[in-house]
Design a protein around this ligand. Structure first.
Ligand SMILES: NC(=O)C1=CN([C@@H]2O[C@H](COP(=O)(O)OP(=O)(O)OC[C@H]3O[C@@H](n4cnc5c(N)ncnc54)[C@H](O)[C@@H]3O)[C@@H](O)[C@H]2O)C=CC1
Ligand SMILES: C[N+](C)(C)CC(=O)CC(=O)[O-]
Length: 470
């Protein structure tokens, strides 16, 4: 049954949550008194629709239904989960949480708060046991980290259910075992921000130079190994102990101003805002968001290839959501691929590069193989199919952001031979974009020579070839 999330507060973060839930097949009910909320969420959702599906090599679940409501009580009706994302004011959060619990007693509530502890949110609550912090990172529809912070009053069962739900949404719940102001990650972000403000105020660096210091160096490093693993490597063969001995004393040198916050005078605000305008003012916020999203997608897809960090999470999530191939209505083809063309698949001509057609048809062939029983376990046991010939015809241009489907027919399936005709179509209008005639031979991975498939695979290949006959 379709699950329902209520989003209370549909600003930057509420909009991102709405997109994450909707694109994972949940229905979403929103309450936000801002008359612009509907427009803003539509814009965030537009960006998210063109971004999140690109992380995967398979289609996401069917998008849920979005609705807007005139009150908190109406929005949370029947909800399985409520995500509170109103402005960062404790009195407002208390009022909103009370209204939610009055209207839907027992519903699980996550708060997006960046700074408040769950015990602060629970003060005066009718039922503290269902309240916790689920602190996301912007853009919520792409970044997987959620700091899941309970207090002692949060029920263990509520935490377990929240964790399960977040994983099913492709998120990474980082369990913060001891509540603290600003949780874990925002404490780093604030420390770095404070230093950066001083560097600008003291005329050491501009906003752009500081961004360059991050994006050309440690920012890329952090995205794949974080802080401690990076420093372990930096310690050389002697590892972390050597690193600490060498650089630990520097922390006592007057390098940092971590505890001091520069005065937010009009002069400092103007200085930073003017430099930021000079740096990025030629792009609208939505354009900047799209640029950010495309960069994030390209980096996270690269990490997928290595099976590390956020890339590993996406690989795991994809395994959980990947649908089995669907037979066409007449039973004469299998839908072996349905996916969005990602940004990193295009070339200088602004369309999908020919090498990527090889990738998608190869993925399609693997689905066909899995369908006939030549799946991962079969391959690990020492049998497989090798491609010996392909003929690809490029019939129309394919662009990043387009949903495409591959329909595969087994045109020959006798003995060692397996031949497929794959047709790649644009999902929106069914136009055939490319075809691939692919000839494979069954091999023993031990001898590396051709051999007959195991009988159960042979039977299924023959059955499919008979069903797909013209
Ligand atoms: N912006 C960011 O980078 C991040 C923000 N957060 C947290 O998310 C929460 C929301 O922040 P943003 O989305 O950035 O703020 P925002 O200002 O973009 O959105 C807040 C929304 O709450 C709505 N609102 C105000 N009173 C309301 C009420 N009584 N009922 C329903 N909606 C109401 C406002 O109309 C506004 O649309 C805060 O707790 C913040 O700390 C968490 C992670 C990152
Ligand atoms: C600025 N902020 C404290 C609201 C930021 C966050 O909470 C997380 C983020 O997305 O950087």
């Amino acid at each position: 049954m379709t699950k329902t999330a209520a989003i209370i507060g549909g600003g930057v973060i509420g909009g991102g949550w709405a997109a994450r839930f909707l694109l994972n097949g949940w229905d979403v009910r929103v309450f936000d008194p801002d008359p612009q909320a509907e427009r803003k969420i539509a814009e965030v959702l537009g960006n998210a629709r063109g971004a999140l599906p690109m992380l995967y090599d398979t289609a996401l679940p069917e998008e849920g239904t979005l609705s807007f409501h005139g009150s908190i009580a109406e929005a949370v009706e029947g909800a399985d989960w409520v995500q509170e994302s109103v402005s960062e004011r404790l009195d407002l959060k208390h009022k909103v949480l009370a209204e939610i619990q009055t209207a839907n007693a027992g519903v699980l509530i996550g708060s997006s708060t960046s700074g408040f502890k769950p015990s602060e949110l629970q003060e005066g609550a009718q039922d503290p046991s269902t309240i916790m912090v689920t602190h996301p990172f912007n853009p919520v529809y792409l970044l997987p980290l959620i700091e899941l912070v309970p207090s002692e009053a949060t029920a263990p069962e509520a935490i377990a259910r929240a964790s399960e739900m977040l994983i099913a949404l492709g998120l990474y719940p980082l369990h913060v075992r001891k509540e603290i102001d600003a949780h874990i990650a925002d404490r780093f972000l604030e420390a770095v921000w404070r230093e950066a403000l001083w560097l600008v105020k003291d005329g050491i660096a501009t906003t752009e130079e500081i961004d360059n210091a991050i994006r050309y160096g440690f920012g890329i490093r952090w995205a794949q190994m974080g802080l401690f693993e990076t420093y372990r490597v930096a310690g050389g063969e002697a590892g972390m102990r050597h690193f600490m001995a060498q650089f630990g004393p520097c922390l006592k040198w007057p390098w940092t101003k971590l505890m001091d916050v520069p005065e937010f005078t009009d002069e400092l605000v103007d200085l930073i805002a003017d430099q930021s305008d000079a740096q990025s003012g030629h792009l609208s916020i939505r354009e900047l968001e799209r640029k950010r999203d495309r960069n994030l997608i390209a980096m996270m897809r690269a990490l997928r290839q290595q099976g590390n960090a956020s890339g590993r999470l996406i690989n795991d999530h994809q395994k959980a959501i990947r649908p089995a191939p669907v037979a066409s209505e007449d039973g004469r083809a299998l839908r072996s691929q349905r996916r969005m063309v990602p940004v990193d698949w295009t070339d200088v001509n602004g369309h999908m590069n020919e090498g990527r057609y090889g990738q998608i048809f190869s993925d399609a062939a693997e689905e066909v193989m899995a369908h006939v029983g030549a799946d991962d376990a079969y391959v690990q046991a020492g049998n497989s199919y090798f491609t010996v010939e392909t003929t690809v015809k490029y019939l129309a241009e394919t662009h990043a952001g387009e949903m495409v489907e591959v329909w595969s027919r087994v045109t020959e399936g006798a003995g060692k031979k397996l031949r497929c005709l794959h047709e790649m179509r644009r999902a929106s209008d069914g136009e055939i974009l490319a075809t691939c005639d692919q000839f494979m031979l069954h091999v023993s991975l031990e001898t590396r020579r051709t051999c007959d498939p195991l009988p159960e695979v042979q039977t299924r290949v023959e059955a499919l070839a008979a069903a797909h006959k013209e």
